[in-house]
Design a protein around this ligand. Structure first.
Ligand code: SF4
Ligand code: SF4
Length: 258
């Protein structure tokens, strides 16, 4: 004997049946009295959560040398095959000046590409990086009109030189190895590095600021890491001001929780 069908949902009464055709409008009607949560992007940009994984960044040490050593571990760790790295010897960075370094140690990343059409922002590459050269910023505005343009080159993700850093290539801080760099014992460019750059690139735009740091007339540079670029900092300040005037207040609550 078969069991009669019993619907799990309660059957409507006569009034429910009468209102059924317009019941869906109840959701619409109720929503009319709720605060609007429309994000007015791009006029107002909602800051992502603090641990949001966005565009990558290749970081620098305080004297301006790059942290990337071109080891390709990030490329091997990437499940989407989105990273392409070509390393090169530091001695080849500048012809005739074998002491020139782009990064501490023997090698540096000569070519570095990330294909953002492939990247799934999993963060495995930054976990694999042995020097903490590669991190991810909060920059989420990754779009473009061409496929080729979505392949970011090294110059697109390399951290800008902070005030007081000396542009590479130049020698490592005298008497140090890459281990001292990794331990954070290099905190500013030195007089020898400034003199080397003055001799080989007298027109280098970073010379004066680095010389001021060496002379003690300016504070030591603070390497940028896990932070937004300066123009995005300004945008973040504008967003914060906009949020204060946001009567809804939902996003402010969300940031407070973050
Ligand atoms: S975040 Fe993930 S997918 Fe993107 S480049 Fe890194 S490892 Fe590859
Ligand atoms: S970013 Fe890190 S893991 Fe990738 S090549 Fe450079 S040093 Fe190696």
């Amino acid at each position: 004997m078969t069991t009669p069908y019993e619907p799990l949902r309660p059957t409507r009464g006569p009034v429910g049946e009468l209102l059924a055709p317009v019941a869906g409008f109840g959701v619409t009607f109720a929503s009319m009295f709720r605060p609007a949560v429309t994000e007015e992007y791009p006029r107002r940009k909602t800051p992502p959560q603090t641990r949001f994984h966005g565009r990558h960044q290749l970081n620098r040490y305080a004297d301006g040398l790059e942290k990337c050593i071109g080891c390709e571990l990030c490329a091997w760790a990437c499940p989407a095959d989105a990273i392409y790295v070509e390393g090169a010897d530091n001695v080849d960075a500048v012809d005739g000046a074998p002491e020139a370094h782009m990064s501490p140690g023997e090698r540096y990343g000569r070519v570095y590409q990330i294909n953002y059409l492939r990247c799934i922002f999993c963060g495995l590459c930054i976990e694999a990086c042995p020097t903490r050269a590669l991190t991810m910023t909060n920059d989420f505005e990754l779009a473009g009109p061409t496929r080729a343009g979505m392949i970011y080159e090294k110059q697109d993700i390399l951290a800008p030189l902070a005030q007081g850093m000396l542009a590479a290539p130049h020698p490592m801080v005298e008497g140090t190895t890459d281990t001292e760099y990794y331990r954070g014992e290099v905190t500013a460019p030195t007089a020898e590095q400034v003199e080397w750059v003055r001799e080989h690139r007298p027109d280098d735009a970073t010379l004066d600021a680095a010389a001021a740091v060496v002379a003690g007339d300016a504070p030591a540079p603070e390497p940028e890491q896990h932070e937004l670029r300066p123009d995005q900092d300004r945008a973040a300040a504008e967003r914060a001001a906009a949020h204060e005037s946001n009567l809804d207040g939902r996003w402010t609550e969300r940031e407070a929780r973050a």
